[in-house]
Write a protein that binds this ligand. Sequence first.
Ligand code: DGJ
Length: 539
Amino acid sequence: MRTKKKAIILFVLILQIQHGFPQSSVPHLQKVGDKTHLVVEGKPFIVLGGELGNSTFTSVEYMKPHWEKFKAMNLNTILAPVYWELIEPKEGQFNFELLDELISDVRENDMKLIILWFGSWKNSMSSHAPSWIKQNQAKYPRAIDERGVSQEILTPFSENNLQADLNAFKALMTHIKQIDNKQNTVIMVQPENEIGMLPSARDYHPLANSFFKNQVPDELMDYLQNNKENLVPEFLNIWKKNGYKTEGTWEEIFGQGYVTDEIFMAWYFAKFTEELTKAGKEIYPLPMFVNAALIRPGKIPGEYPSAGPLPHLMDIWKAAAPSIDMLSPDFYTPDFEYWNDLYVRQNNPLFIPEHRFDNTVGAKALFAIGHYEAIGFSPFSIEDNINMELAGAYDLIKQLYPLITENFGQNKIDGVLLDKEKIQTTVVLGSYEFSFQNSYTLGWEAGATEDIWDSGAAIIIQSDTTEFYIAGSGVVVTFKNWKNRNKIVGILNCEEGVFENGKWKVLRHLNGDQTHQGRHIRISHGDYSIQKVQLYEYE
Ligand code: DGJ
């Protein structure tokens, strides 16, 4: 027995020496109940992020004036690109000086960093490929559209293209591990950016054409058959329409046309990205995710960046790229809840790496963390201004951090998002049904202009049977006992306060007009605050 124990300890030690770090200290994802959260430095971590504009992280000087803004908005993480053209200006010669300087500034400002690998693809295009790739089309071939026009898009079907990107990405991951495996400043990596095929749904390069004529790989067919019950319905329908065939070419199995073209491309884009992700994680196993440009209404494959990690293609991406931890939506279109609901299928943890930096981001951050228990949220082009809505929302999440993370995955947290279209919604926690209304509907608040109707949101956390924290802005809340409708629910006690070092500090006891004489809880628009509410019942 003793010898066995010693052998295990020795084995673990050898592993640690070989890998240079104890496995548990590397940022990683952890399943808690039915949710997944990110663990950094051994503790749960919620990404209160902001993504930099595409060309901002290219000099220390250019970044300098922005750090104060990031702090003012309570960010704990920035999402920033690493550009292939800058780290490998000559083939095989890597230069990480700029990245090192920037990482040291991230540390100095007490933040974390998520690296976006602008490698082969950035918004479909290959604009960040180094010049030695761009100027050697014979070796590094391009995708060709259906009219036969060559695109500035590296074809995913070329082994040379894959090897060149792989080589650079491996060098990047090796470097991150070398400089950061103790400090864990870099907490996640996004291989590529908004992969997608444009302006046609598929690539017509001769290499692509020959793959297209081949049989659908067994790997995909096996996955579809083994997971038939769980495939997303819109994808299952395509397979069903063609008779659930289990063998054949892409067109035989999925039918002819742009739908199949997109599925085919998704498989090979995902396969390429899997090679990168897998190799990168073998070097340093950070969590990795891919992001998608969402489809604008009425567009068909070829008219939007097709074949990326979109909800209707989740099964293809999951089957082809099991090393990828998350498929993530980028928001520049409305219908936040609709798209997020699609992304949380298949146990996909929700991480929102980009949202247009508008006046809704504060509300949406609260909703994403409260309702979906998301890994994190991040508006795009964060250096552009100081957004007080975001600052307010991130401040609340920071205060609630221990409470949120303690209650992760246990159905004790929820979130609401209210706007002009959705002025009311309900949440059920324990025995209570909470009705949230946009506080503008009361007609008591000034300043209900078109554009700020959108900012009503809250997180609600159940801390005991009758005790709840409600944090947010622009909401009015009433309650019912859904288990026993004969019982009337009232407010026993309501406090407005702050968490200081995890301890609740009461600022005001709220009653009278502030609770409409016990009828409701209210947090006005523009005010980002937390209230602790004790409910009671009478008949
Ligand atoms: C989505 C991309 O992922 C970002 O890099 C950026 O190009 C924005 N769109 C729009 O500016």
